[in-house]
Design a protein around this ligand. Sequence first.
Ligand SMILES: [Zn+2]
Length: 236
Amino acid sequence: MAQNWTCPYCNRHCTVGDDNVKTLRGINYISETYGAYRADTQVITCPNPECQKQTISLGIYQIDSTAQYHNVIKKLHYWNLLPESMAKPFPDYIPQQIRNDYNEACLIRDKSPKASATLSRRCLQGIIRDFWDIRESRLIDEIKALEDKVDANTWTAIDSVRHIGNIGAHMEKDVNVIIDVEPEEAGLLIELIETLFTEWYVQRYERKQRMDKIVGLATQKKEEKKNLNLANSEKP
Ligand SMILES: [Zn+2]
């Protein structure tokens, strides 16, 4: 069955079907906690010819052992085995330290949301300091200083994450203070960081590439015209 899927290695959005998705159904077990269950391994091969890497996951499913095909009743647990983290690949022109904090925040999001959120807050501060050259003692003041610099949509995204539960309450504290958060909150911070990487670093880089290309083409045209004029003036 075809499904939409984003490759965690190359970040390409694609459709994967039976050719790319292989599921190895596990043996049925019975446990006191789960009742009838089984563990399935799934391997998805990226259809992008330049990538073709494999993503491996393990799922524990409660099943109906009385049904003919042992239908899945519900998903009990799920782990990404490879790659270990769902961190997206971001380009080298984003400073290494900032990308390291992001990658580690992704790696421990489910195992330790509070450690993940701490790394995300440090990462967020790193982004604001590096990209906007804003330096205040508290992250909250650095965020406030952004309001009149960034576009309205980006500001709304930052501002809404800032107002969620414990994240919001602790933006006022030092970024290194560890705070209790739910995995969803840690996930939201990660999504915000991914958005800012794209909206700020990637867009600035791509814009510069486009501008350089225009300047390069214009210079080339000017040179060509100059050479043509020179050639004409040298004609007898
Ligand atoms: Zn891929």
